[in-house]
Design a protein around this ligand. Structure first.
Ligand SMILES: [Fe+2]
Ligand SMILES: [Fe+2]
Length: 490
């Protein structure tokens, strides 16, 4: 009994946690909302108007049409809600993509339902949606696209409907997890092969038609050409995914991994022109990755975001301490704390310019201003106060915004802890390291920097443990191994 109560409590806790938005939702303008609504109306009209094309038309027919129309309109609304739930930062462009694909499929069904297999119509768009918006949105899209057929005369064979649902679901589930273009290519080969054999077993053997209409009786050859068409459609979709990425601002796993490649020209530039910043970036990647893994966040996103968070320092690398060799500091020569603060703020502004120039996705560009939030540039503020006691703190705070997601908040904390952990004595105990980490995190929290991030107390605790684990690894690497004359192997 006790176990059941504990499990129920856990489930209730998990449900309550799932209701808290993980990221601040993006506001969609009224015009965009209106356009989205109009497209949904259009989908509903296209999907139901044929119900009105019967004569004589009775009042029951109009009622039945109205029910179908409302059902499709509500389904489209639910689809948008599901996509917003799965992607709280979804933009209007991405919602346009989801519903425009639904509209395109409904139009294709009207025009080509008798010639093209439903698999070739529904699976390729499902792949795009699962890649860009995640598996749950893709599954919701697939269920609507599979169940609503605009032409009441075309009734899909149960077997083909079953195959369609299975393969579209597989593509939706795998598409959301696939991390490379090579895996996508494998999917586009194995799914058509799988669908061919399923159709051959369930339909081909008994020579059952794809639809109940006589015109569409299929032989095995047709199943083959259908599967070939599906393969071609999927291959074309994979070819076009990069274009969809740039037009609709989609951030697929494959794109994230491509951006995380250290051979990327911008990252190469960072390693050559600002080696100190590059080292700092790599260490932060380690800290942030470990912490994100602990709280179950998006590891690929934070790894890539961390890599680009300080690219803005490329505009003047030697103005940042990690790139100075200790001989001279340009800030000392400048001797103007307000101007120095402007140079620091410029690493955020210039970073955003680099992001625009290099067409970095918005979710990655967000790491640039949010990792600094509205933090105070304490050192220069102190210096300015020594000169003028009345100086306004405003000039010495980054312009924000404060972290809007758990990932950008983790990056801010990692950024704060990195230098302190690196500077720590090799003989420092775990307790001392944890104390340093806790103090830095507490100061960020007290300053209100974590207010919009939705990090819970439990998650902050896990982040501290994760940073400590990374520190232990760093310390282990720094301990020199004993060497002797005989010990020449490694
Ligand atoms: Fe920074
Ligand atoms: Fe940084």
């Amino acid at each position: 009994m006790q176990n059941i109560i504990t499990t129920l409590k856990k489930l209730f806790y998990l449900w309550r946690r799932s209701q808290v938005p993980v990221k601040q939702p993006i506001k969609i303008s009224r015009i965009d909302n209106l356009i989205i609504f109009l497209i949904c109306i259009l989908i509903s009209i296209i999907s139901s108007y044929k119900l009105l094309l019967i004569s004589p038309l009775y009042i029951e027919d109009i009622f039945s049409w109205f029910l179908t129309f409302t059902e499709i309109l509500i389904s489209s609304g639910v689809l948008i809600l599901v996509s917003k739930k799965e992607n709280p930062t979804i933009s209007s462009r991405q919602i346009f993509l989801i519903i425009t694909l639904l509209l395109a499929v409904q139009v294709t069904k009207l025009a080509l339902a008798s010639t093209i297999s439903p698999l070739a119509m529904i699976i390729p768009p499902a792949l795009i949606i699962s890649q860009g918006m995640g598996s749950v949105t893709a599954l919701a899209w697939v269920s609507i696209a599979s169940f609503i057929w605009p032409d009441p005369e075309i009734v899909i064979n149960n077997n083909i409907f079953f195959i369609l649902l299975v393969f579209a679901s597989v593509v939706s589930l795998l598409g959301g997890r696939i991390r490379s273009r090579a895996q996508l290519l494998q999917l586009s080969i194995f799914v058509p092969i799988g669908s061919f054999f399923s159709q051959w077993i369930l339909i081909g053997k008994d020579k059952i038609s794809i639809t109940y209409e006589q015109d569409f009786v299929l032989a095995n050859g047709d199943i083959f050409s259908d599967s070939l068409l599906l393969a071609i459609a999927m291959l074309f979709t994979i070819l076009f995914i990069p274009i969809f990425e740039s037009i609709f601002g989609l951030l697929t796993k494959a794109r994230l991994l491509e951006l995380a490649d250290k051979e990327n020209p911008l990252i190469r530039r960072l390693s050559l022109e600002a080696p100190g910043t590059f080292e700092h970036t790599l260490l932060i990647c380690g800290l942030a990755e470990e912490a994100t893994r602990m709280i179950g966040g998006d590891i690929d996103l934070i790894k890539t975001g961390a890599l680009y968070h300080d690219v803005g320092k490329l505009h003047a690398p030697n103005w940042f301490i990690e790139n100075q060799d200790g001989s001279k500091n340009p800030h000392d020569e400048l001797d103007d704390p307000i101007k120095s603060a402007k140079v620091l703020q410029a690493h955020v502004d210039e970073g955003l310019k680099f992001a625009r120039k290099n067409r970095l996705p918005k979710l990655i560009a967000n790491f640039i201003p949010e990792h600094q939030g509205t933090l105070k540039m304490g050192y220069f503020f102190q210096k300015a106060k020594e000169k003028n006691l009345d100086i306004n703190e405003y000039y010495f705070r980054y312009r924000g915004p404060i972290p809007q997601s758990k990932e950008t908040a983790i990056l801010m904390l990692a950024d704060g802890c990195e230098a302190a952990l690196r500077a720590m004595n090799i003989n420092a105990s775990d307790k001392e390291a944890l104390e340093t980490i806790s103090n830095i995190i507490y100061s960020r929290k007290k300053d209100g920097q974590l207010d919009d991030s939705n990090l819970s107390k439990g998650e902050i605790f896990l982040i501290k443990r994760a940073f400590l684990n990374v520190w232990k690894r760093i310390r282990h690497r720094r301990i020199q191994y004993p060497t002797s004359k005989n010990n020449t192997f490694s």
